[in-house]
Structures are given as C-alpha cells and as structure tokens.
Write a protein that binds this ligand. Structure first.
Ligand code: PMP
Length: 428
C-alpha cells in the first residue's frame, strides 16, 4: 500500500501543529514512520488520503462501537445541527440522555455531562475531595485517566509510549497528593491506605485496564478495593471511559458485580462527538455547584449535537443489548485465530481479552500489571504493526494500547486479519 499523500500532509501539519498531531498517540513515534491521514470512514473501514482502505481496530480509540458513520448517530447530528449548534442554556435532550444513562448503569442517581474523559476524571476527583474533605488520591501505575495534572504520574498509554510517565509541568505539590499503587496487588493498596490513614479521598481505577494493553482485574481485586474503601471512608471511582457502554450496558459494575461510588464515562457515551460524563448517587452529586460548593462548569457541556449523538448511540445499545454478546464473540474469534497462528509460527505471545477489548503482548509471561506489560518485545511489536499496516489493517501504534472491536467487523474481516497475522508471524 502507498502512503504518499499522508506523508505529504504530515509534512505540512508539522509546520503548524506540534508534532503534526493534536493528540500524541496519533503520531507513529513509538513504531516509526508517518501517521496515516484519514479522509473518511464507514462501518469497519477507514479510507485514507491515498485511497487505501484499512480495517480499523482502533475505532477512534473506542467510541465507534457500532462502526464509523453509524446512520442513526449521523442523522441525529444532522437534524440537531439544523436547529442551532450551541446555546449555553438548558435543553430537553440533556435530561433525556441523562435519564437513559442512569437507567442503564447501576448505582447512579445523577449524571453531569462534560466534553472529554479527562474532564470527567478531573471533576470526579475534585468532587471526591470536596465530599470527603480529604486531599490524597490513589491511582494505579499504568492507568490513564486523562491529561489533568493529578493523573500524569506513572500514567500508562501515550505517556509511557513517549517516555514521559511523569510530565514536566506537574508541580511537586500536586504530585505529592497522588499515591501510586500496583494494579492487581490488593496487599500493596492496603499498605498504602494504612500508611495514609484518614487522608485519602478516593481510589481511582480503570476497573478493566486498557492503557497498558488490556488487563482485566484478577478475581477478588475489585471486591477487595470495595471493602477497603468502605472500611476507611474512601470513595471508589471507576474510570469507565473505555469500558462504559462497551463491556456491558451497565459497564464493569454490571459485568463483574462490584459497585463504585463515582463512575466516569467518555468515548461510547458521545457516539464519536466530544462527550464525557461523571455520575454518582445523589448524596455525592448534590455537592456540585449550583447545589453545593464543589465548582465544575463548561460553556459547551451538554452541547446539543454531542447529546444528540450520545442519545442515538445509547438508545441503540439499550434497545439491542445482543450487540454486547455479538462483539464479544467476534473478539473471542479474533483472539483464538491470532493465538493459533502465532503459536504455529513459534512467536512467544500473551493475548489479553475481556469483552470487546483485546491486546497482543510479545512476551510469554502473564500480563497482569504495568511491569509485566512493559516486558513485551517492542522491536517485534514495531514489525508487527508495520506488517499489519502494509496489509491494510490499522492497529494502535503502540504496544501499550488496547484494540477496540466494533460490531461492524464481519467474520470475513476477522479472517483477513488472522491471515495477515499468520503471514507476518513467519518473519517476526
Ligand atoms: N480515562 C481512560 C480510561 C481513558 O482511556 C482515557 C482516554 N483514552 C481518558 C480517561 C481520557 O479521555 P479523553 O481522551 O477523552 O480526555
């Protein structure tokens, strides 16, 4: 495949945009080469500026769970746009999507919409601090909760890909309030809580991690966090920006039966428009302005186009819950096929999967936390990535990212992908 025009466009972009991209993971820094410029997308496919068709396993990093340009979402946005694009005043559709989201997700009475996952997590932590009147938070090494200051400490994903897990610009004052725990290590979290008794506002976690590849929680881990939080008056915050409305209607809380106190959303909830949200029981949410003292606001929050896209997406998922089992089956098929051909070719690997999240690690050891995720052979991943790209398959340009499966993929697409992995495996 030829990527000439993409490279030319990247040249131009770099003159006016830092690194040529508006979000770092879009650059191919970790794998080498120039990023692909997209012209349009439909269903499971991206069409780039060179006229190539690519099977897409990123799906805008998660939102396009039903494929690109999904007609009910596109039509809802077009119809809304004709009536004005922003008012900064209340609209009925905000209540409609709020009521629908609350009916789908356990343990929440109220929800507030923002414009990104970053904003949702940043606001959730402020709310947890305001509610508990404590300052410190616990986050897990390798978990990513957006790019606000408190979280850019041993953050996974893009931050690790670019070798800056701790970003310059985050003050030591801010960093000292973020305590770091090891994913899937309950004993270590307990020690941290004991050592900081009475000072911790919340534990924030990706209940199924997706930013160090896909790492599901080991049995009893989330339940243990719940018990620990209850014993110490700590709020448990589930960052369901990736997992919400993807792993089940009600997210990980429903899937694994563990209740959180505050839940954050992004990606699927906006149907591909810039939307995030955070939600909790009323007792907590009523601490937010204008009811309570915890300030949080947004000129474009609850934007009508974003709400129309989100409402159309959630309606589809609510009315057709078989979508969740359908994508789960497709992901399992892909997992089994890739694992088979990698094994046949003696390529050491571990594939992690939960629901429609999956990641391939070039290491034989179990991948259960950041340290084990980082053991993967990155040179092999680079070869794998470019091998896939040259065969028209687009996976995330970093070994620390999860693949997001869309229901628009056909079994034929999956077979083509498995065949490509088989061909690449011979030279890995
Ligand atoms: N939380 C998680 C778990 C995420 O994966 C992400 C983004 N990948 C965020 C928060 C931040 O969301 P956004 O990029 O929309 O700010």
């Amino acid at each position: 495949m030829i990527y000439k025009r993409s490279s030319a466009l990247f040249e131009e972009a770099q003159k006016v945009i830092p690194g040529g991209v508006n979000s770092p993971v879009r650059a191919f820094k970790a794998v080498g080469g120039d990023p692909i410029f997209v012209k349009e997308a439909k269903g499971a496919y991206l069409y780039d500026e060179d006229g190539n068709r690519l099977i897409d396993y990123i799906n805008s990093w998660g939102p396009m769970i039903l494929g690109h340009a999904f007609p009910p979402v596109v039509n809802a946005v077009i119809e809304k746009a004709k009536k004005g694009t922003s008012f900064g005043m209340p609209t009925e559709i905000e209540t409609q999507i709020a009521a629908l989201a609350i009916s789908m997700v356990p343990n929440i009475d109220k929800i507030r919409f923002v414009n990104s996952g970053t904003e949702a997590c940043m606001s959730a932590v402020r709310l947890a601090r305001g509610f508990t009147k404590k300052d410190k938070i616990i986050k897990f090494v390798g978990c990513y909760h957006g790019h606000s200051d408190s979280f850019l400490i041993q953050a996974g994903s893009g931050a690790v890909t670019f070798g800056s897990p701790n970003s310059p610009g985050v003050t030591t004052g801010t960093a000292k309030d973020t305590l770091l725990a090891v994913y899937n290590d309950l004993a270590q979290v307990k020690q941290l809580v004991e050592a900081n008794k009475g000072e911790i506002a919340c534990i924030i976690i990706e209940p199924v991690a997706g930013n160090m590849g896909c790492i599901p929680p080991v049995a009893g881990f989330l339940e243990g966090l719940r018990t620990l939080c209850d014993a110490h008056g700590i709020l448990l915050v589930f960052d369901e920006v990736m997992t919400g409305f993807r792993l089940a209607k009600g997210g990980v809380q429903e899937l694994l039966g563990v209740a959180a106190d505050i839940i954050t959303f992004g990606k699927v909830i906006g149907g591909g428009l810039p939307v995030g949200a955070f939600a909790a029981r009323s007792e907590i949410m009523d601490h937010l302005a204008p009811l309570g003292p915890v300030y949080q606001a947004g000129t474009l929050s609850g934007n009508p186009l974003a709400m129309a896209a989100g409402l159309a997406m959630l309606t589809e998922l609510n009315e057709n819950p078989e979508i969740f089992s359908s994508i789960q089956k497709k992901t399992k098929y892909l997992h089994e096929g890739m694992s088979r051909v990698l094994t046949e070719n003696n390529v050491k690997h571990t594939i992690n999967r939960l629901g429609s999240m999956i990641s391939v690690h070039f290491s034989e050891d179990p991948v259960i936390d950041f340290e084990s995720a980082a053991k993967g052979n990155n040179e092999r991943f680079k070869k794998f990535f470019h091998g896939m790209l040259s065969r028209g398959i687009y996976i995330a340009p970093s070994a620390f990212e999860t693949w997001f499966i869309t229901d628009a993929l056909t079994y034929k697409d999956l077979d083509i992908t498995i065949e490509a992995v088989s061909a690449i495996a011979k030279n890995l």
